[in-house]
Design a protein around this ligand. Structure first.
Ligand code: CAO
Length: 386
C-alpha cells in the first residue's frame, strides 16, 4: 500500500530531539528522509545516554526510525557542493541548528531559493523573533519560557518541569504539521516557503488553557476548580494547580491499594462539587482496590478515571503492542528494543517502523542517486568531504 507522503524528499539536517521527532513522523508518513550528519560523531545523541558501549543509544534509535544517513562535511567546499545537489534534489530542508548556523554554512534562505525555488525550509528554534532569538534552547528551557513550569507543581512548591517532552517532541509535531501544510500550499503556488516552529510558542500552544485561566483570574480573581479555592489566596498569575485538571472537569490523583510500596499505585479521578471532601471519601474506597480494579468498576458506571501507568506497564501493555503504538524493532548492533511507533493511524497510509540508520550507512547509495559515480565518491571520501 502507498503512503501519504510517497515521493516527498526531505533533506534532514536535524539533531538531538525536536527536529528528529519531526522528520521521523514525516518518514512514517512515507517521505524519503535523508539525514545529513558529520562524519565521526554524527548526531550527538548517537553517543548520549548509552546503555551499550559503542552502540547507537536508544535516544538516537528511538528518534530516527525509517531514515537514511549520509555523512557530509558541510564546511568542506566539495561537501558543500554535495549539499547543494541535495537541496536541488529534495522538497524540504528541515533543521534545528542554533540560530545562524545554517547561514554560516552558506545555506541562507536566498541561496537555497536560488538553487531550488520550490524548497520548503523548516526550522525549530528556541524562540521566535525578539529579544531571545539568538539563544540556544533545550527542552526544559522551553518548558519554563512557554508557561508550563510556572503552572506545573503544587502551590507550596517550586515550578516543575514535566516528563512529557513538550518543548522538543511537541515542537517537532508542530513543525511537521507546518511542513505538510506548506507542501499542500505549494501545489497551488509552486513556491517553497519558510516554516518556523519556536519551542516557546509550541509549549505555549500546549498551555493554551492556562492563558485562558490568566484572563479569567484577571476578571474574577478566583477560579473555583483550582485547589486554591476556597481555602487559600489567588495571586495575580495563574497558580500551580497540583493534580487538578486543566479542563472544566475537576480531578485529582488518589491513592490505590499498594500505594505504600508502589510509586504508581494511584488513579486519576474526576468529580464535581465539594472537591477535596469528596476526593477524601473516594480515596478511602480506592485504597481498598488496585488501580485496575477501580478502573473497571468506575468505568462501568461511566465515571471518567485513569490509572497512573508506569513506563514498565506501558511497555508491557498488549493493546498498545497490537495497535503499533509500542513496537519491537531489531537493530544490527543492539539487537531488539522497543520504541513508540507512529501515534497517528491512517487507514490508507499504514506506518511500518524500520530501524534507525547506522552513521553514514546510506552515503554511497544517496550519492549514486545524485549522479555520482564510484570514482567521484572515492575522491570525495579521500578529500574528507563525506
Ligand atoms: N558539517 C559541518 N558542520 C556541521 C555539520 C556538518 N554536517 N552539522 C553541524 N555542523 C556544525 C554547525 O554548522 C555549527 O557550527 P557553527 O556554530 O560553528 O556555525 C555546529 O555544528 C554546532 O551546531 P549547533 O549550534 O546547532 O549545536 P550546539 O551543540 O552548539 O547547540 C542546540 C545545540 C540544540 C542548543 C542548538 O542546536 C539549538 O538551540 N537548536 C535550536 C533549538 C532546538 O532544537 N533545541 C532542541 C534541542 S533538543 O533538547
Amino acid at each position: 500500500m502507498g503512503k501519504a507522503l510517497d515521493g516527498v524528499r526531505i533533506l534532514d539536517f536535524t539533531h538531538v530531539q525536536s527536529g528528529p521527532t519531526c522528520t521521523q513522523l514525516l518518514a512514517w508518513l512515507g517521505a524519503d528522509v535523508i539525514k545529513v550528519e558529520r562524519a565521526g560523531e554524527g548526531d550527538i545523541t548517537r553517543g548520549q545516554l548509552r546503555d551499550i558501549p559503542n552502540v547507537d543509544s536508544l535516544y538516537f534509535t528511538m528518534l530516527n526510525h525509517n531514515k537514511r544517513s549520509i555523512t557530509i562535511d558541510a564546511k568542506n567546499p566539495k561537501g558543500k557542493e554535495v549539499l547543494e545537489k541535495l537541496v536541488k534534489h529534495c522538497d524540504v530542508l528541515v533543521e534545528n541548528f542554533a540560530p545562524g548556523a545554517l547561514d554560516r554554512m552558506g545555506l541562507t534562505w536566498e541561496h537555497i531559493q536560488s538553487l531550488n525555488p520550490s524548497m520548503i525550509v523548516a526550522s525549530v528554534k528556541g524562540f521566535g523573533p525578539g529579544p531571545y532569538e539568538d539563544c540556544k534552547v533545550y527542552e526544559n528551557v522551553a518548558q519554563c519560557a512557554g508557561g508550563s513550569a510556572s503552572t506545573t507543581g503544587f502551590d507550596d512548591g517550586p515550578p516543575l518541569v514535566t516528563g512529557a517532552q513538550i518543548g522538543d517532541s511537541g515542537t517537532g509535531l508542530h513543525l511537521a504539521l507546518g511542513i505538510v501544510a506548506a507542501l499542500y500550499q505549494r501545489k497551488t503556488t509552486g513556491r517553497g516557503q519558510k516554516v518556523l516552529a519556536a519551542m516557546q510558542d509550541g509549549v505555549l500552544n500546549l498551555c493554551r488553557v492556562k492563558l485562558r485561566d490568566q484572563q479569567r483570574l484577571d476578571r474574577t480573581h478566583v477560579m473555583e476548580e483550582y485547589p486554591q479555592y476556597p481555602n487559600s489566596q489567588f495571586g495575580d498569575a495563574v497558580p500551580r494547580a497540583g493534580n487538578a485538571s486543566g479542563g472544566g472537569q475537576p480531578g485529582w490523583i488518589l491513592k490505590c491499594k499498594g500505594w505504600e510500596t508502589d510509586p504508581n499505585a494511584y488513579i486519576y479521578f474526576i468529580t464535581l462539587l465539594h472537591l477535596m471532601e469528596i476526593f477524601g471519601e473516594i480515596e478511602k474506597w480506592t485504597m481498598t482496590k488496585t488501580k485496575f480494579e477501580a478502573m473497571d468498576i468506575l468505568n462501568k458506571r461511566d465515571i471518567p478515571c485513569g490509572p497512573i501507568l508506569s513506563m514498565k506497564e506501558i511497555a508491557e501493555e498488549p493493546s498498545l503492542r497490537k495497535t503499533g503504538t509500542v513496537v519491537e524493532v531489531d537493530h544490527p548492533k543492539r539487537g531488539k528494543y522497543i520504541s513508540v511507533g507512529n501515534p497517528i493511524k491512517m487507514s490508507d497510509s499504514p506506518s511500518e517502523v524500520k530501524r534507525s540508520p547506522l552513521l553514514g550507512e546510506h552515503t554511497d547509495e544517496v550519492l549514486a542517486e545524485l549522479g555520482y559515480g564510484k570514482e567521484a565518491i572515492a575522491a570525495l571520501r579521500a578529500e574528507k568531504a563525506i
